[in-house]
Structures are given as structure tokens and as C-alpha cells.
Design a protein around this ligand. Structure first.
Ligand code: KIV
Ligand code: NA
Length: 265
């Protein structure tokens, strides 16, 4: 099957179909999701927490994102690979955003980037798109702004829904090929999706968006912490790996691994 490209996502919306996105940070997981047919892989700056143990997405750098992104690209044949612009890599100026967007396509080989924020970033999105860097917008709860927003909170309730629609339209008009919404009421997400020609992706935004996204370690039960309400767990990998590690430990201590079949004459 050929590579998923941006027009495929637009067609999904036009034809009333959904598509799936998962995060990925390395080539092995990327190749599994790619073979399973997941249409879009996101090299999220959530790597700061899932891969590096940080308590927020803020500390991850361009250099670190490029390592994760290059690995994901290497593991895919078919999925569209989108990479987050990390905190501090685009806010300062349009020029900074264009230069770092180009780095992610050129040095990591991703097909598109994502940045957090609304109308304020329309000039950045327009210049990046003109330079050949497709941009996915990210509105609603934007983790890079958690200190401004005052924590992990639902966004777009009441009056704020109209601001979200205006932000989404500004991103679309600037050239964004897709707008992602995080932690917003389903009705607000529905209004944003209805206002836009381009497809939407949701996480904690209800079933009304064209696409859905989850962090892979959350949906496969690898993490040790509590998951947010919007995560559905499709597997329990952590206990599976724990018992495999314990079985190996037991075998080594007991001298039953390696067996004759694992050695050389
Ligand atoms: O970094 C990330 O994983 C994300 C998704 C949760 C949307 O931005
Ligand atoms: Na992110």
C-alpha cells in the first residue's frame, strides 16, 4: 500500500470516514503500528514524559525530537509521520518557526509538523506552509502552555468555544492541513469540526472529529500512573512485561536458563 498523504486525510473528512493516529517514538513500535494500518504516527513532545521521565513536555529539545523522529520514520512504510515542534522552537518568530520546521523535515524526514496555539500562530503557519512544511494545528488544552492555563484543564467551555472556532479558522486560513483538539467538550469540538473544511483530530474531544489520537503507552497499558478519562486501554503491557522479567529472573537464579538448546557445542 502506498504512503498516506495529506489529501487522504482530507478525503476521509469529505467522505465521512474516520482515521487513527497514535504517538510513536521509535522504529520498532512505529513499524508495528504501520503494519497494523494506523494512518498517522505522531512523534509527540510527550516523548519528554513517556521516553525521558520528565513531568511535562516543556524540556524536550529540537535535537532530542530529531532523534526520536528519525527512528519513527525509519520504521514506517505507509503511515504519514507528523512531528511536534517542541516548546521554544517556534514561538519567538516566524523565521524561527520556518527554520525549525524545515529542520524536522530535512534532518528527521517527517512529512509534517504540529505546533500548539491558535490565531497568534497564523503568520507562522502561513510562512511554514509556503516554505514546504505542512502544519497541523493544536488547540484546546495545549500542554506547552500549562503554566499559563493553570494546569491540565478542559478548554473551550461556554464563551471560549467561539474563540476556539476562530482560532481553528485562522489556522485553516493560514494553510493548516488539519486541526487537533485536546480536552474540549464534545459540543465545542463538533462546532469546530463543522466550521472547518480541513479534517480535525481529537483527544478527549468526543467522537465528532475526523481523526482520533492516543499516546501509545497509555492505550497499551505500559505506564504505571493513572490514565486520564479519555484514554481507552486496549492492552495491559506493563503486567505482561513484569511477569516475563520475573520469569527470566527466576530462571537465571535457578540456573534453568540458559538450557542446552541456547548454547553452542
Ligand atoms: O505530544 C503528544 O503526544 C500530543 C498528543 C497527545 C496530541 O501532542
Ligand atoms: Na504534543
Amino acid at each position: 500500500p502506498s504512503r498516506v498523504r495529506i489529501p487522504h486525510l482530507a478525503r476521509a473528512k469529505a467522505e465521512g470516514r474516520h482515521f487513527a493516529m497514535l504517538t510513536a517514538y521509535d522504529c520498532q513500535i512505529a513499524s508495528i503500528f504501520d503494519e497494523a494500518g494506523i494512518e498517522v504516527l505522531l512523534v509527540g513532545d510527550s516523548a519528554a514524559s513517556t521516553m525521558m521521565g520528565a513531568s511535562s513536555t516543556l524540556p524536550i529539545t529540537m535535537e532530542e525530537m530529531i532523534v526520536f523522529a528519525r527512528s519513527v520514520v525509519a520504521g514506517t512504510k505507509r503511515a504519514l509521520v507528523v512531528c511536534d515542534m517542541p516548546f521554544g522552537s517556534y514561538e519567538v518568530s516566524v523565521e524561527q518557526a520556518v527554520a525549525n520546521g524545515i529542520r524536522l523535515l530535512k534532518e528527521a524526514g517527517v512529512h509534517a509538523v504540529k505546533l500548539e496555539g491558535g490565531a497568534r500562530y497564523a503568520p507562522h503557519v502561513e510562512a511554514m506552509t509556503a516554505a514546504g512544511v505542512p502544519v497541523m494545528g493544536h488547540i484546546g488544552f495545549t500542554p506547552q502552555s500549562e503554566h499559563v492555563l493553570g494546569g491540565y484543564r478542559i478548554q473551550g467551555r461556554g464563551e471560549a468555544a467561539q474563540v476556539m472556532i476562530d482560532d481553528a479558522l485562522a489556522l485553516q486560513d493560514a494553510g493548516s492541513f488539519c486541526v487537533l483538539m485536546e480536552m474540549v467538550p464534545t459540543e465545542a469540538a463538533r462546532a469546530v469540526d463543522a466550521a472547518l473544511r480541513v479534517p480535525t483530530i481529537g483527544i478527549g474531544a468526543g467522537p465528532v472529529t475526523t481523526g482520533q489520537v492516543l499516546v501509545w503507552q497509555d492505550m497499551l497499558g505500559l505506564g504505571s500512573g493513572r490514565n486520564p478519562r479519555f484514554v481507552k486501554k486496549y492492552a495491559e503491557l506493563r503486567p505482561l512485561i513484569t511477569s516475563a522479567a520475573a520469569a527470566y529472573l527466576h530462571d537465571v537464579h535457578a540456573g534453568t536458563f540458559p538450557g542446552p538448546e541456547h548454547g553452542f557445542e
